[in-house]
Design a protein around this ligand. Structure first.
Ligand code: PEP
Length: 247
């Protein structure tokens, strides 16, 4: 049985005081909801204050990115050991990082290795663009991203399938369509790690998930939760998604 994960990617949103307000409102709403692992991924500036608020709760903390080097002259970056001081998870290879910050399958691979050796659980994002989707290249793209991004790593990882055209657009993938691509991803994981191990890896769907469509995703055979952007910025909207994962 794979325990679902509901992860909230706040992206570049929330000052420290806004983060505190959101988390303080959210904690009591999900106190009794223990069927899914909840992960909050605030911007770096709010990691420490959010970590303090989450102490004593079951809610986990994630970073949105990190460097693979252990330290040195990398202005603006966080090293794995810095992230692991607060966070249990790190999002790697998000499509926005691939599109705007030059992230490649190769850098994702270096970061996955660095996260695993630091004991941080990576949430590795893969997904096709609209053009690739229209050209029937989804399977080819996610297969390449998984094979290249996961070279020589172990199975302590989570995958998020996020079709780029569904992120922040309101154009969510159909639950059935997302499940089919996630099955392809799981078969690639089976090639890399063996079938039994692949069955244990959590694969999330991400792309315009909200309270009203979450149940449909979570009732699919291979979707093990969600990586949520927009709807994670409001306590009640994010709670609805966590609630959908309870059943
Ligand atoms: C994301 O940023 O990973 C995401 C899925 O965003 P949204 O839920 O807003 O589509």
């Amino acid at each position: 049985m794979r325990i679902p994960i509901i992860a909230g990617n706040w992206k570049m949103n929330k000052t420290v005081s806004e983060a505190r307000e959101l988390v303080s409102e959210f904690i009591p709403l999900v106190k009794e909801m223990n069927k899914a692992e909840i992960v909050l991924c605030p911007p770096s500036s709010a990691l420490l204050p959010v970590a303090a608020l989450l102490e004593g709760t079951a809610i986990k903390l994630g970073a949105q990115n990190m460097h693979w080097e252990s330290g040195g002259a990398y202005t603006g970056e966080l090293a794995p050991a810095m992230v692991s001081e607060f966070a249990n998870f790190v999002i790697l290879g998000h499509s926005e990082r691939r599109a705007y910050f030059g992230e490649t399958d190769e850098t994702v691979n270096k970061k996955v290795k660095a996260a695993q050796s630091e004991g941080i659980m990576p949430i590795i994002c893969v997904g096709e663009s609209l053009e690739e989707n229209k050209a029937d290249k989804t399977s080819e793209v996610v297969t390449r991203q998984i094979k290249e991004g996961l070279k020589d790593v172990n199975t302590n990882l989570v995958i998020a399938y996020e079709p780029i055209w569904a992120i922040g657009t309101g154009l969510a993938a159909t639950a059935d369509g997302a499940n089919s691509t996630i099955k392809i991803i799981r078969s690639v994981l089976a090639e890399l790690f063996g079938k039994e191990e692949a069955e244990k890896i959590r694969i999330l769907y991400g792309g315009s998930v909200k309270g009203s469509n979450a149940v449909e995703y979570f009732s699919q055979s291979d979707i093990d939760g969600a990586l949520v952007g927009g709807a994670s910025l409001k306590a009640d909207a994010f709670t609805e998604i966590v609630l959908a994962a309870q059943n």
